[in-house]
Design a protein around this ligand. Sequence first.
Ligand code: SF4
Length: 590
Amino acid sequence: ILAANRHDPRRLLQILRQAQERAGHLPPALLERIASALALPLARVVATASFYSLLRTGPAPAYDVLFADNITDRMQGGPALAASLCRALGLAPGLPAGDGRVRVGTTSCTGLCDQGPALLVNQRALSRMCPERVAPMAELIRRGVAVDDWPAEWFRIEPNLRRRDALLGAGLAPGEALAAALARSPEGLLAEIEASRLRGRGGAGYPTAAKWRACRAAPGEAHYVVCNADEGEPGTFKDRVLLSDFPQLVIDGMGIAAHAVGARRGFIYLRGEYRHLLAPLEALLAERRRQGLLGTDILGRGFDFDIEIHLGAGAYVCGEESALLESLEGRPGRPRIRPPFPVSRGYRDQPTTVNNVETLALACLVAVHGGEAFRAVGTAQSSGTKLLSVSGDVDRPGIYEYPFGVTVAEVLADCGARATQAVQIAGAAGHCLAAAEFGRRIAFEDVSTGGSFMVFDQGRDLFEVAHAFVDFFAHESCGFCTPCRVGTAVNRRRMDRIAAGRGTADDLDELAAMHCLMRSASHCGLGSTAARALTDIVDKFRPAFSRRLRTDGFVPAFDLDAALEPARQATGHDDPRTHFHPDPDTIPDE
Ligand code: SF4
């Protein structure tokens, strides 16, 4: 493993993943061996191994069954199926069996919201879990059958392509867009990208031409292109489909970016839950090298560019570009302090452009048809099309491509949504739209989204939706800064208390106050947006919360009187005036 990774400490995460795949887990002796072989401090290796949720430093069960805990998986019955599997195996949920052979637990969103309930078994993704599979799965586990020998249809992942437009219907041949880009000078290509007004599709909408120009202009020994395929936003799965069904567009797009910024090397950072895409992508890269579409002297134009794939290991925060670069360099994925921004000091401190999968694919359209043609589609500030990952209470979940400017109502009609109560746009960190807002448009100037479009009908309890989002962020906070680490944990405790019927109106005020604090004081976007959907849901669907509240008055969370009791006993002094008296008129006179 070390040799295959060139003894490169920057490939530490890949080495740890591969070692775990071989050994089952990462015991201390193995971590010591890796540290010494890479001449790294043991503390750095341990810190990296313990940061990622898909790496295991403790003993691993032979069968690690993790049900996706996204809200749509919960709605599709994931928790009940997990409970039935536990019963069939005689297990307590979350705890390994007495002999350590099997554990049934949960993981964050697996990117299969259109075909849930989904789960990972020994990190292999299974879709469409159903009651009929519970008994056969328990039997396979009891008999010790290897996961590779389980029924193949359990692992089938459908693209669920529902609507194609300019990108998915382009029908470009492999290398066609790259050839069109290489026919232009880098400056000519950048001018086309600028004319297209292409903006990043990860959610923030930063102009692609500005990012690439800044990267090209930044001094450095080498420039890099990174494709951010760490698609972890709950409800988003468009990148999974682009990489499975349109990978040539993504790889051509990376070549186009490399030509524009002057890079010779690129990386695809693939989220760990998309492990099933690794082998097909590796095979495609090899094929492109054979075809002269990757490697040296591409298409005979003296352009050198090659791509490596790095597999993540379960950390939502790595979707943030500087955290992703930390992970790419073999460290825990904690966001860097910015500036400097990656375009000037990114991978190995060199100029690096980090782009979303969809943005790179769209660059192919600009290269082939030109910037003006690209800009002719969409709205004034949002050119081109947008891929939406539609899930939840709809007849036809899947991928829908629309020109920017489509209304929420049009999307709902197309996907077969009925009696819709709310639509959560842009995932757990996004906005929750009520019915009165369904005339709004998907566009940067109105409702901006990285792609997630989760639908909830009138039968859904919006409190449960908000609770799932709060659980998600408490789990995914990287713990680096206090507002996010503590804020997400406190929010979860408050929501648990409201769920248990012990919440008060004061809790709702405190949740809103915490959102203000986290928004202004968190180190990265995860913390600053972690309570956005929650406060949106409280504002727009307050009855879902109020009916659970015990009283509208203040109820202390801490019993001061009881806490003083040990001191009274220790001192033998019990003054009635030191007791808590809810009614001031009952306080004894001095
Ligand atoms: Fe980590 Fe949250 Fe702070 Fe971001 S805001 S650095 S995720 S603790």
